[in-house]
Design a binder for this molecule. Structure first.
Ligand SMILES: [Zn+2]
Length: 393
């Protein structure tokens, strides 16, 4: 980020009076008090779910009972996607604490940091939870990341999130499990505005088709028909416990460190090397932006950081890890010149490539039903099923 006033009270940008989202955030609007629509959206979700309150806690306990009931006679009663990061590690603990019998599922994009792998092993061993890992061929993994790099889009590592979702469904289906628990928390992360970080199976497939060199064989692609199969036919439910119960990321981290000798890796999603490269280098250097304002805005909304402090951190230049750039170039087989050439190229938006977005919008009434039945995440419904107000990235 260059040349943004570090004092939130002096910037000429219009900034939300409650969080730190500014006018550059996609589809943002402000009320008379200067509060942004994203703050209102979160407020509404908190009310609807009763997050951290009696209503939410009771609702979650009801879900837990249902999971136990539906899981009778099966080896596992729920699936938990794990990365070695804070949210998913803590999710494992929460599941066990409530007497659930989870199977942990990991999608290994072959860029894991050693810390993440070690964290995963420690927590799973201590809690006595089985692990199912899907490993993609590393040449294929690199090829997909390279395709996104050449496509000049912001969603460099989107293939990872979608692959984990697909693998969790496959494993759930294989073991006859009806529930997938996710460690997402809108309280600590917010809901990413739709202008950012869009992804679906068509998007990944079309970019890989255009820029890829090796065939897609071991990548678990979630096509539209698979997505519909898992949600509307197999009726595998996605539950996000932290939407119901109180979740404090800082406390969770301290708990994991104390109980499982777990190690912190230094930031949101930094447990994976490509995610770290994406968050700390790619997005700021090529797109002159950062996703850090999601987490920072959440800290402000939760009263854990002042707006002034969060803004200063948000606009401060990111620390560039030289090793990470070298590692990225080496893994993708990019020469220094080639890397610089692509990095300097004009960025493109996901809207310039084929996606399922229009189809999701057409099927909005269907997804509304699926979202209320917990068959697709509510955040998917809110983010993907409505037209964007303005096309920006
Ligand atoms: Zn706001």
């Amino acid at each position: 980020m260059v040349n943004i006033e570090a004092d939130i009270n002096k910037t000429t940008l219009k900034v939300c009076s409650r969080c730190i989202y500014d006018e550059r955030v996609a589809s943002i609007s402000f009320d008379e008090e200067g509060v942004c629509n994203y703050c209102h959206q979160l407020e509404q979700l908190k009310k609807d779910y009763g997050t951290g309150e009696k209503k939410g806690e009771e609702e979650f306990l009801k879900i837990v009972e249902q999971i136990k009931e539906d899981g009778k006679g099966k080896k596992y009663d729920c699936i938990i996607g794990v990365s070695g990061g804070t949210d998913s590690s803590y999710m494992l603990y929460i599941a066990k604490k409530h007497g659930l019998r989870p199977l942990a599922v990991h999608y290994d994009n072959t860029w894991n940091s050693a810390i993440a792998t070690e964290n995963l092993r420690k927590v799973l061993t201590a809690l006595d939870i089985d692990l199912y890992t899907h490993v993609i061929d590393n040449k294929e993994s690199n090829d997909i990341f390279r395709s996104f790099f050449y496509a000049d889009v912001a969603e460099l590592e989107a293939s990872t999130d979608l692959a984990l979702a697909e693998v969790m469904y496959r494993v759930a289906w294989k073991f006859g499990v009806k529930y997938v628990l996710e460690g997402h928390s809108f309280i600590t992360e917010g809901i990413t505005p739709v202008g950012r970080n869009y992804f679906d199976g068509k998007y990944i497939q079309s970019i890989h088709k255009k820029f890829g060199r090796v065939p897609m064989k071991t990548y678990p692609l979630m096509t539209f028909s698979r997505f519909m199969f898992w949600t509307a036919f197999a009726k595998i439910k996605k539950i996000r416990p932290f939407w119901y119960i109180d979740y404090n990321k800082e406390e969770a981290r301290a708990f994991l460190e104390k109980e499982y000798d777990w190690t912190y890796y230094g930031g949101h999603h930094l447990e994976n090397r490509i995610a770290a490269y994406f968050q700390s280098i790619y997005i700021s250097e090529k797109f002159n932006t950062t996703f850090r304002n999601n987490t920072l805005a959440a800290l402000v909304r939760n009263g854990k950081m002042s707006r002034e402090e969060a803004w200063r951190e948000y606009v401060a230049p990111p620390k560039i890890e030289k090793d990470l750039v070298t590692y990225f170039k080496k893994r993708l087989g990019l020469s220094d010149e080639e890397y610089e050439r692509v990095m300097k190229r004009e960025p493109k938006s996901w809207t310039e490539y084929p996606t399922y977005k229009k189809r999701f919008e057409r099927l909005e009434p269907l997804f509304k039903i699926l979202a209320h039945a917990n068959l697709v995440p509510m955040s998917f419904y809110l983010k993907y099923c409505f037209p964007m107000e303005k096309d920006e990235n």
